[in-house]
Design a protein around this ligand. Sequence first.
Ligand code: NAD
Ligand code: IPM
Ligand code: MN
Length: 354
Amino acid sequence: MSKKIVLLPGDGIGQEVINSAKKVLERVAEIYSSHFEFEQFEIGGTSYDLHGEPLTDETIEACKSADAILLGAVGGTKWDNVPTHLRPEQGLLSIRKELNLYSNIRPIKGFDPLLHASPLKEDIIKGSDILIVRELTGGLYFGEPRERRENGTVAVDTLVYSREEIERIVKQGFESAQIRSKHLTSVDKANVLESSRLWREIVEEQSKNYPDVKVDHMLVDATAMKLITDPASFDVIVTENLFGDILSDEASVLTGSIGMLPSASLSDTVGLYEPVHGSAPDIAGEGKANPLGMILSAAMMLRYSFGMEKEALAIEDAVNLSLKQGYHTADLNIKEGKIVQTEEMTNIVIKNIK
Ligand code: NAD
Ligand code: IPM
Ligand code: MN
């Protein structure tokens, strides 16, 4: 059966790593006799330059009729001065909203060959395997009003969450915990924020439906600390949009580089798969980008959108083997092994797919 995949490279290193994912998928299709059809569209600054807006109706329509979507990254200093509603990031936020991608799943699991690549001590990160379930279409990112007042001297953003928005992501958190180690940490700021108090109430209510899952509530500031001091104590973390954004970049340190982290952004019907990192303007165009977060996002696509578990595992095993053979990109702080460019890293992974 043929699957239609929309590719949205975006900007900066997004353009480079998307090709890696495409090549890996083409190899998987060859080995496993599956068939993927790719269509490519613009998003972000690249779309702004070409069409005057960061997300066009054409791109939205293509995504709506796709079986799954792969996205590189958006943003860059080139677009620092374009009006707020036309910024590259607005394209990403709009596609999340248009497709109702409310659930962002970010697995953080260190690959054994990279245990010593983290600035954290090996015995602290050993055994850590975390899944961050981040709410993606609500909270401060989308609340109204958002504006300047008093001649621009006062700025307003609005943090708003409805019961329905909280319930569906909290359920996702519980369901994820059920198929893992049955431990859910709900992260909020209920000592200060009203939205967090509603969040906590709903987690308590929902916990009655998942008696096999042990639930903790943790304040976000304490969580930021504990992620570094005792990461192995977490299983699934469920949290709101902005907290999840910040905590997932922090947690990426466990894996040695943000370039390693994949993610899935899911609605009830479709999935968009994107690495956690951005467009990395500081290295864009140099062929240095770590493609593994993007490649692992493609593996997540096979697993979550197409139910192709053994193909997903084949990619993950190939990544692990490539690292074990000592190959890595320059963002990983490892003394031994061989530093390679994006393309070579990709080809090594491809060669290692069984
Ligand atoms: P970033 O993630 O782009 O980069 C942070 C640091 O990590 C940089 O030093 C970069 O070189 C490095 N890095 C990131 N990914 C890497 C990879 N795959 N390989 C090697 N090194 C990598 O974050 P930033 O610098 O804060 O943001 C740059 C731009 O990206 C901004 O415009 C921001 O809005 C955007 N952004 C987009 C997304 C997305 O599209 N999903 C995510 C985060 C940031
Ligand atoms: C991410 C990014 C985005 C976010 C930005 C680029 C809008 O940081 O996907 O983590 O904040 O959600
Ligand atoms: Mn982020």
